[in-house]
Unconditional design. Structure first.
Length: 388
């Protein structure tokens, strides 16, 4: 009897599994049929159209390079710097013993330094975009344009330290090839990107990868970048100022930095950041910014307790620039900015974003706390000087 029951149960289980497999097979067949039907009718299948990425194909990147390459330029920068040189016998102890130490003293000398970067042409009459750090301090700039044969002189038409942008101008007497600016806001993480530049002086080197992330804050020496694109397309010294392209051959970023202690991590300035300031940069030569003249830092619970604050909201003044509007208004190191014109300041970013929207010459009132007391300080917004 027990054997019969076990046999019946096994038969039932096999029948159930067979039915499930049959049903699953029908589901799979139906899904494939539905997909084929959608494809035949023109309906989207698989990944939604909004997120679908074009297949690069074996020659897609080559086509982009062929089209965009002529508008990518090499930027050579020259400047004279003061240096020192040593007597060639400085390290010879016998020479120092017989002739004394004056020969060991460094001698002043001037020498020419050579820097290298990339750029790309944005107008047929010779305007070129690159990084500010590529041309900073340059006394002579030469640009090599494909088809021109030899380098041509260039001048800085506009530059901005904070955004690390510069516009160069060349005059060659003919119409030049240009690159089209895309929309970096619409570019999605995971999209294919192509970088073209002159890493280590290797002319028109091409690398490809994907957009790894957006909105990256990066600190490079004394320069703070707030909103960079991150890519795994190889970016090396000499790539700075070159274009980061999408598969339509449009510029979505300006290659600007590489993570020195990592591999496959490069950064680019979003092209929409450039587009928002380009007209002013070209017409005025600089970007006008409202300025308080303070360095601020966030408050934590320990600092808030130390300054007698009930919360961590506010911006702690860590430095006041001498001669700035804040300095003239009497703002001091250690003050905590709580409000501007009655608007609550929650943190340093809140302060910076609010000041960005102010006008040059505008009068504002700061509510600050100093040594347990609240003060109202009135100041006039001024234009931010270069590299402040």
């Amino acid at each position: 009897m027990q054997n019969w029951k076990r046999t019946a149960a096994l038969v039932a289980l096999i029948a159930f599994l067979g039915g499930a497999l049959f049903a699953g097979g029908n589901l799979l067949v139906n899904a494939l049929a539905s997909s084929a039907g959608k494809a035949a009718s023109g309906e989207p299948t698989g990944v939604p159209a909004a997120y679908a990425q074009p297949n690069p194909g074996p020659d897609a990147i080559a086509g982009i390079v062929s089209s965009a390459g002529p508008a990518v330029v090499k930027v050579d920068v020259y400047k004279t710097v003061n240096g020192t040189t040593f007597d060639p016998f400085f390290n010879d102890p016998f020479f120092r013993q017989f002739f004394g130490s004056p020969f060991a003293l460094p001698q002043p000398v001037k020498r020419e330094e050579h820097g290298l970067g990339s750029g790309f042409i944005i107008s047929p009459d010779g305007y070129i975009l690159t990084n500010e750090h590529v041309v900073n301090g340059a006394q002579r700039i030469e640009v090599t344009i494909g088809g021109e044969g030899k380098p041509v002189p260039a001048r800085v038409a506009g530059a901005d330290y904070d955004l690390d942008l510069a516009v160069l101008k060349v005059d060659v007497g003919s119409s030049l090839p240009t690159l089209k600016m895309g929309d970096s806001d619409q570019t999605k993480v995971g999209s294919w990107v192509v970088a073209i530049g002159n890493p280590y002086g290797l002319d028109h080197t091409v690398t490809a990868g994907v957009l790894s992330a957006k909105g990256r804050p990066v600190q490079v020496e004394n320069r703070s970048y707030k909103n960079l694109l991150q890519t795994d397309a190889a970016i090396n010294p000499g790539n700075s100022g070159g274009p980061l392209l999408n598969l339509a051959g449009e510029v979505i970023g300006i290659n600007t930095a590489v993570a020195a202690q990592a591999q496959g991590i490069g950064f680019a300035i979003p092209i929409n950041t450039v587009k928002s300031v380009l007209a002013e940069l070209m017409s005025k030569g600089h970007i006008t910014r409202p300025w308080l003249g303070v360095q601020v830092q966030p408050l934590d619970e320990q600092l808030a307790s130390y300054f007698g604050l009930k919360s961590t909201e506010g911006a702690l003044v860590s430095e006041v620039v001498s001669g700035s509007p804040a300095d003239k208004a009497g703002l001091q190191q250690g003050d905590v900015i709580l409000k501007i014109d009655g608007r609550q300041i929650k943190n340093p970013d809140d302060l910076v974003n609010y000041v960005k929207g102010l006008q040059i010459g505008q009068q504002i009132v700061l509510l600050v706390q100093r040594q347990g007391k609240t003060l109202n300080l009135q100041l006039e917004i001024k234009e931010k000087p270069a590299q402040q």
